[in-house]
Design a protein around this ligand. Structure first.
Ligand code: JFZ
Length: 440
C-alpha cells in the first residue's frame, strides 16, 4: 500500500554512524528530573509505582510539583562522576531524559520556563553531561517524551476542533524544542522518543515522519528509535506494510525477546532495562530497593541481546542531590569488570547464524572477524555443557577468556562436552570457540 509517512527504507542502515551504534551493545540510560527529589515518597508514604509517575499516581497538585524546582539545587551533581560510572560499566553510549512526561527540561529551553535554568544553580546540566561523556569517548543520545502532562496544549485524544487546534500548537512547540536540542548540542548521536502511544499522536503520523526528517537533515548520521513513529494509518514502530520505521526497534521495555527467537536478528533493535523491578527514576523505598538486579543477571541480559543482534540499555536513576545511587554504581562496576575481561564476546558482536540456541547461555559472533563465543550465563546443575557446533564443523580449540586454553571432549561429530567445575566468582564464563571444517 502507498504510504506517505511509512518506513523510509526496507533494509537496515549500513552507514558508518549506524554501524557504530550497532557495535555499541552496552549503553547507560539515565532518568533524571524533579521526580528524583521525592524519589517515590509523598507526604511520608512510599508510593509503590515508578518514581517518575509520582505526580500522577499520588495526584500531586501541579503547583507543588513545580515548586520542587526550588529544591533542585544540584548539591552533589558532577557530570564527570556520572561519566565515570558509564566508563566503569563499559558503556559505549548514554541516553538521557532531556524532558520526561512531567515536562521539566534538563536544558534551558527558550520555549518553556519549566527548565533547569530556572532552578537555584541555573546550570545547563545537559550541556555539562554531553561534554563529560564525549570527553570519555561515550556517545550521547537524547530521550524526549512527546507526552507532556504540563503543557496546556497537550491532548491525549482529539475530540473536536478546539482539541485539533491546541494539539497542532503542541506539536509545533515540541518540534521547536527538538530543533533547539539539535542546534544547541549538535554532537548528539541519536534521539530516543517516548510517550507517543496516545490517540492524538497516532492521528498525526505525518509529524513523527517530519521529526525524523528534520533531525536527519540537521544532524547527519543521527539515529532515531522506532518508538517515535506512527504512519498514515496510526501503525506504530512497524508501518502498515510491515516495515520498520526509524532506525532500530525500541519496543523491548523491561523484557527481552525469547532467546531462541532468531527472527528479531533481522532488524536492529535495543532493549531497555531498569535495575530495580519497575522504576526508571530513583525510588528510595524498599518496594524498589529490595528488587535490584544482580550484576550477573545484567551480564546475562547483555549477552542475550548481543546474541540476537540487539543493544542493551541499562537504566540509572541518579538521586535528587545529583549523586548516583551507590548500589547502582556498584552494579556498574561489577558488570564493567566482567566486560573488561569478556567484552571481546560483546562489543561489535551479534547473532551467530547457524549456531542453535544452546540453553546454557548464548553464542555470539564478532561481526568483523567472524570469531564465535560461548557465553555461559545459565550453567546447568551438572556443571557441564554440551557444545553443539553447526553441522560440518569440528572443535579445534577452546579458550577461556581471562585465562587460556581449556580442555574439552568429543561426543560425536560436531558435538563436544566441556566440564566447567563449580561456579566462578568472576561471573559467567566465556569461551572463544575455534573451529575448522570437519575432515572426512
Ligand atoms: C516509558 C515511560 O513511561 C517510562 O517512564 C520510562 O521512561 C520508559 C523508558 O518508557 O514507559 C514505557 C514505554 C514503553 C512500554 C512500556 C512502558 N512498552 O513498550 O510496553
Amino acid at each position: 500500500m502507498e504510504l506517505k509517512y511509512g518506513a523510509s527504507r526496507e533494509k537496515p542502515r549500513e552507514d558508518a554512524a549506524m554501524q557504530r551504534f550497532r557495535g555499541h551493545r552496552v549503553g547507560q540510560f539515565i532518568h533524571w528530573g524533579l521526580y528524583a527529589l521525592p524519589a517515590g515518597r509523598w507526604e511520608g508514604k512510599d508510593v509503590e509505582f515508578a518514581a517518575e509517575f509520582l505526580p500522577r499516581v499520588a495526584k500531586v497538585p501541579q503547583q507543588r510539583w513545580e515548586a520542587l524546582a526550588n529544591d533542585f539545587t544540584l548539591a552533589d551533581f558532577d557530570a564527570e562522576r556520572w561519566a565515570d560510572t558509564a566508563v566503569a560499566l563499559g558503556a559505549r553510549y548514554m541516553t538521557i531524559t532531556t524532558k520526561h512526561h512531567d515536562g521539566f527540561c534538563l536544558w534551558p529551553s527558550a520555549h518553556t520556563d519549566f527548565h533547569m535554568g530556572n532552578t537555584p544553580s541555573g546550570r545547563d546540566v545537559l550541556g555539562e553531561l554531553v561534554a563529560a561523556y564525549e570527553a570519555r569517548g561515550i556517545d550521547v543520545n537524547f530521550y524526549y517524551s512527546v507526552l507532556d502532562w504540563r503543557h496546556p496544549d497537550w491532548r491525549f485524544t482529539l475530540e473536536n476542533d478546539a482539541d485539533n487546534l491546541a494539539f497542532a500548537r503542541y506539536l509545533d512547540f515540541a518540534m521547536k524544542q527538538l530543533e533547539e536540542l539539535a542546534e544547541r548540542y549538535p554532537s548528539v548521536k541519536g534521539f530516543w522518543f517516548d510517550g507517543t502511544w496516545d490517540e492524538s499522536v497516532k492521528a498525526n503520523g505525518w509529524w513523527t515522519w517530519e521529526v525524523e526528517r528534520m533531525l536527519k537533515e540537521r544532524l547527519p548520521g543521527v539515529v532515531v528509535n522506532s518508538r517515535l513513529r506512527a504512519d498514515d494509518l496510526g501503525a506504530r514502530h512497524v508501518d502498515s506494510n510491515g516495515l520498520l520505521m526509524g532506525d532500530y526497534e525500541s519496543g523491548y521495555e523491561r523484557r527481552l525477546p525469547e532467546p531462541w527467537d532468531r527472527s528479531v536478528a533481522a532488524r536492529d533493535w535495543e532493549a531497555c532495562m531498569t535495575i530495580p523491578q519497575a522504576s526508571w527514576g530513583y525510588h528510595q523505598g524498599p518496594w524498589a530497593q529490595s528488587t535490584l538486579k544482580h550484576p550477573w543477571d545484567v551480564v546475562d541480559m547483555i549477552a542475550h541481546c548481543t546474541s540476537l543482534g540487539g543493544n542493551f540499555l541499562l537504566n540509572f536513576g541518579p538521586r535528587g542531590d545529583g549523586s548516583m545511587a551507590p548500589a547502582e554504581v556498584e552494579i556498574a562496576r561489577t558488570v564493567g569488570e566482567w566486560l573488561a575481561v569478556n567484552g571481546e564476546a560483546i562489543y561489535g558482536c551479534g547473532y551467530a547464524e547457524g549456531w542453535d540456541y544452546p540453553g546454557w547461555g548464548y553464542f555470539t559472533r564478532d561481526s568483523s572477524t567472524g570469531k564465535v563465543f560461548a557465553v555461559v550465563t545459565r550453567a546447568p546443575a551438572s556443571g557441564r555443557i554440551r557444545l553443539e557446533l553447526p553441522t560440518g564443523l569440528e572443535l579445534v580449540g577452546l579458550r577461556l577468556l581471562g585465562s587460556g586454553e581449556y580442555p574439552f571432549k568429543g561426543l560425536a561429530d560436531s558435538v563436544f562436552e566441556v566440564e566447567l567445575g563449580g561456579a566462578s566468582n568472576a561471573g559467567p564464563r566465556v569461551f572463544a570457540v575455534e573451529t575448522s571444517a570437519l575432515a572426512h
